[in-house]
Design a protein around this ligand. Structure first.
Ligand SMILES: [Ca+2]
Ligand SMILES: [Ca+2]
Length: 176
């Protein structure tokens, strides 16, 4: 059996231990939230933290172990690079034009007015722009809603017909 050494593992282990404030060997939402930065002094969006823990928490205990954390860390780093590349004016936030470009690049075809609605929904600062943590939340929510829609859109024409209870089932089963 080949052992593939990951040169970043020691570094990540140090990061993990720093984030794991109570030394429980697991990182909970509070610990993760304190460790992450959205580029301002305001606390990291707790909804984004909760969504990410939910995605990487393999044991379903509301916390992540070291291996989960390594995957989560890569996820956050990838989003950081993505955020920076779409923040064209280097303002540290994403405005509606930058969001439209980002979502188009991800393969979504959304009207300008819907993108404006999304900026209003995920703009926690109330200044018409989206910070890094809100950008992740926005993209996860859009992805989850789109996947749920597509499950019903068998012919892919962008139109679905669903019954009331099917709709409720769809919404209630969403991991949001
Ligand atoms: Ca802990
Ligand atoms: Ca910007």
């Amino acid at each position: 059996m080949a052992y593939v050494a990951n040169p970043d593992r020691n570094f990540l282990f140090d990061v993990f231990n720093g984030v794991d404030r109570d030394r429980s060997g697991l990182i909970n939402a509070d610990e993760l939230g304190m460790a992450l930065s959205n580029g301002t002094w305001s606390p990291f969006n707790p909804e984004t933290v909760r969504l990410m823990i939910g995605m990487f928490d393999k044991q379903n205990q509301g916390q992540v172990n070291f291996d989960d954390f390594a995957a989560l860390w890569k996820y956050v780093t990838d989003w950081q690079n993505c955020f920076r590349s779409f923040d064209r004016d280097n303002s540290g936030n994403i405005d509606k034009n930058e969001l439209q470009t980002a979502l188009t690049t991800f393969g979504y075809r959304l009207s300008e007015s819907l993108v404006e609605t999304m900026v209003r929904k995920f703009d926690r600062q109330g200044n018409g722009t989206i910070l890094f943590d809100d950008f992740i939340q926005c993209c996860i929510v859009l992805h989850t809603l789109t996947s749920a829609f597509r499950q019903h859109d068998a012919d892919g024409d962008g139109v679905i017909t669903i019954q009331y209870e099917q709709f409720l089932n769809m919404v209630m089963n969403m991991k949001l």
